[in-house]
Design a protein around this ligand. Structure first.
Ligand code: NAP
Ligand code: MG
Length: 402
């Protein structure tokens, strides 16, 4: 069989632990036999990040700016335990944080809905897409431990040297402080990405924050969304028959639980981080959630929403069988290949991406799945396979369909 040709390289970011094992299997069994893969490879595995003083993450982000489309494997965000485990020179920052800070934009996360895996929330009939702002807030915060009594203030030094101050707290004993920021340009592009994504997928858009408590910070987000909507999108939304509305995050959470799905829920950075885990788990499995970073400059970075599945990796290292679900990582590949195909005018590549996704869903619907899904499926007598067996089963379905 002639392999599908590509014209522009895909930026490939390898990662850590169990997902790194899956990454190689996916490439060897599901991509390389069908696609004459052109990729620029960056090893974001923690060892290599440490060797390069994390320069590799910066290089990979710059390559994404150059070529426009990237696919990323899950990576370890180091903590104290990882410092010892990997003998790190420094507690390197989260690669996703670095990439998002460089590309800006919004992360859209949507559950992969498949027959036989029913959501825990009975009313949910359609996927709920989380649009997570990918810049700033607690992810770019400066923190300080306050050892003893003293005054902590916010100080804004203007370009002319004059200062504006605001008291945070007069400490009478030890405590902690945190300084967060965001940038209006980033909030504006967040809003535009969400409005554009809602139009392109013909889904309602909800946005929520805590503006009642955070009267300057969160309220700015609310105002920016409303101004851009009124000025640029109101008519387009009406013409498409879709709706935008803002509500307090508490109210949004309550409404989401009673909804039937089929909309985009725009969230600030932290809310999106946490709520996407809740949405994906309630739709079935963390491993059935896609994630794409859409930058306002037109760059796309595809990944799985879950982490490196550390617990399974340690089993794998002991030589035990694992049953790790590779669907979200495969969908990262198919998403990136499809986008590359669309941008480069390669319909065969787009079709391959569709076929690969259909093969994943078809395999599960035929009753062959990993343990995480077998535990919750409504399909009677499912066949539980190991990590490798699942990828082989998808390969078989794919070949039968082609
Ligand atoms: P995790 O890798 O998402 O896994 C948490 C648990 O969820 C697993 O132990 C497993 O449950 C289940 N799970 C997740 N993905 C699965 C899959 N594909 N198939 C089957 N089960 C799956 O989160 P973590 O263990 O808290 O984090 C591990 C590392 O990932 C950390 O170092 C963290 O920094 C990193 N991380 C990276 C990203 C990213 O790069 N985007 C995101 C989050 C976390 P059972 O053990 O019950 O089977
Ligand atoms: Mg999270």
């Amino acid at each position: 069989m002639e392999r599908i040709k590509m014209t522009t390289p895909l930026v490939e970011m390898d990662g850590d632990e169990m997902t790194r094992i899956l990454w190689k299997m996916i490439k060897d069994d599901l991509i390389l036999p069908f696609v004459d893969l052109k990729s620029e490879y960056y090893d974001l595995g923690l060892e290599h990040r440490n060797e390069t003083n994390d320069q590799v993450t910066v290089d990979a982000s710059n390559a994404t700016k150059k070529y426009g489309v990237a696919v990323k494997c899950a990576t370890i965000t180091p903590n104290a335990a990882r410092m010892d485990e990997y003998h790190l020179k420094e507690m390197w920052k989260s690669p996703n944080g670095t990439i998002r800070a460089m590309l800006d934009g919004t992360v859209f996360r949507a559950p992969i809905v498949v027959k036989g895996i029913e959501p825990n929330v009975r009313t949910w009939k359609k996927p709920i897409t989380i649009a997570r702002h990918a810049y700033g807030d607690v992810y770019k915060a400066t923190e300080m431990k306050i050892p003893a009594a003293g005054k902590v203030e916010l100080v804004y030094t203007k370009e002319d040297g004059t200062e504006e101050r605001s008291l945070i707290h007069n400490f009478t004993g030890a405590g902690v402080v945190q300084g967060q920021h965001n940038i209006c340009a980033s909030i504006e592009s967040f809003a535009r990405s969400c409005f554009e994504y809602a139009l392109s997928t013909k889904q309602d858009l909800w946005f929520s924050s805590k503006d009642t408590i955070s009267k300057s910070y969160d309220h700015t987000f609310k105002d920016v969304f409303q101004e851009i909507f009124d000025a640029e999108y109101k008519e387009k939304f009406e013409a498409s028959g879709i709706e935008y509305f803002y509500t307090l995050i508490d109210d949004a959470v309550a409404r989401v639980m009673k909804s039937e799905g089929g909309f985009i829920w725009a969230c600030k950075n932290y809310d999106g981080d946490v709520m996407s885990d809740m949405i994906s788990s309630a739709f079935g499995s963390l491993a059935m959630m896609t994630s794409v970073l859409v930058s306002p400059h037109g760059y796309f970075e595809y990944e799985a929403a879950h982490g490196t599945v550390q617990r399974h990796y340690y089993k794998h290292l002991k030589g035990e069988k694992t049953s790790t679900n590779s669907v979200a990582t495969i969908f990262a590949w198919s998403g990136a290949l499809r986008k590359r195909g669309e941008l480069d005018g390669l319909p065969e590549l787009v079709k391959f991406a569709d076929d690969l996704e259909k093969a994943c869903l078809g395999t599960i619907e035929n009753g062959v799945m990993t343990g995480d899904l077998a535990r919750i499926t409504t399909i009677p007598n499912p066949t539980t396979v190991d990590s490798e067996g699942f990828i082989k089963a998808i390969r078989k379905t794919l070949e039968e369909n082609l």
